[in-house]
Design a protein. Structure first.
Length: 243
């Protein structure tokens, strides 16, 4: 029997609802600069490309863009404000720890590919009790490239011992789908994250509405890798995921 396929996860919007903490840090920073706070909806549309773009877009949305040299001083301040916030166990999406445990017990190698800085991602996973599930963690600052480039995803697969057929990326946004496509692997999108639009338009191989639907979606892809997209039914989704 073939070894279970590696499963590579995105972090923000997939495993953890990081918007409240990112928003707290960004709005505190904007306040220090005499700028108005951004709304939650605006904030959610800024997440997914790493902290530098989050800060740049946040300042642009709150008045005017920062000059390039201003970004260099503002970014470390943002990272300090964000990293100082204690991890919130309630920010882990429902079903994540149990489903990761189920996949690990079934023998799936598990990796993380996020555009968050690697150290912050590792600390966050550690504080939330999730780090031990991950055999490899690659962040947005680990390589000269970040998602949507395929290199970070391929680096995770290499660190997990290779690039077998059947690996699957699980994410919430366009960068995750594009990185998976470019790496030549399948992609499952969760509908409750920060897709910046309709997640059904992302053309993933599967769209799921609850993290607990993941094992079934992985099995469906394993049995039928060359299929048109099939969505689990939205009406079956819980309402507690903020979707
Ligand atoms: O934008 C970020 O900082 C991280 O986003 P990601 O975990 O969804 O890649
Ligand atoms: Mg994400």
């Amino acid at each position: 029997m073939n070894r279970p396929a590696p499963v590579i996860f995105d972090l923000d919007g997939t495993l953890v609802d990081s918007a409240p903490h990112l928003g707290h840090a960004l709005n505190r920073l904007l306040g220090e600069w005499g700028r108005p706070a951004v709304s939650d909806a605006t904030l959610r549309s800024l997440i997914g490309d790493g902290p530098r773009l989050l800060v740049e877009r946040g300042f642009a949305a709150a008045g005017r863009p920062l000059a390039a040299e201003e970004v260099e001083s503002v970014l470390p301040r943002f990272l300090r404000l964000y990293a100082a916030l204690p991890a919130d166990p309630a920010s882990v999406y429902p079903g994540v720890p149990g489903t990761l445990a189920q996949l690990a017990a079934a023998g799936h190698p598990i990796g993380l590919c996020t555009n968050k800085p690697q150290a912050i991602a590792r600390n966050l996973l550690g504080e939330l009790g999730l780090l031990s599930f991950f055999g490899a963690v690659v962040g947005g600052d680990s390589l000269p490239w970040r998602k949507p480039a395929p290199e970070p995803l391929l680096a995770v697969l290499d660190a997990l011992n290779g690039r077998p057929a059947g690996a699957v990326m699980v994410g919430d946004g366009p960068n995750d789908v594009a990185a998976a496509r470019a790496a030549g692997i399948a992609c499952i999108v969760v509908s409750y994250g920060y897709a910046r639009g309709n997640p059904a338009d992302l053309a993933a191989d599967r769209l799921i509405h609850r993290f607990t639907d993941l094992p079934d979606a992985l099995e469906a892809i394993r049995r039928d890798p060359h299929h048109p997209i099939r969505h689990s039914h939205p009406a079956e989704a819980d309402n507690d995921l903020g979707c």
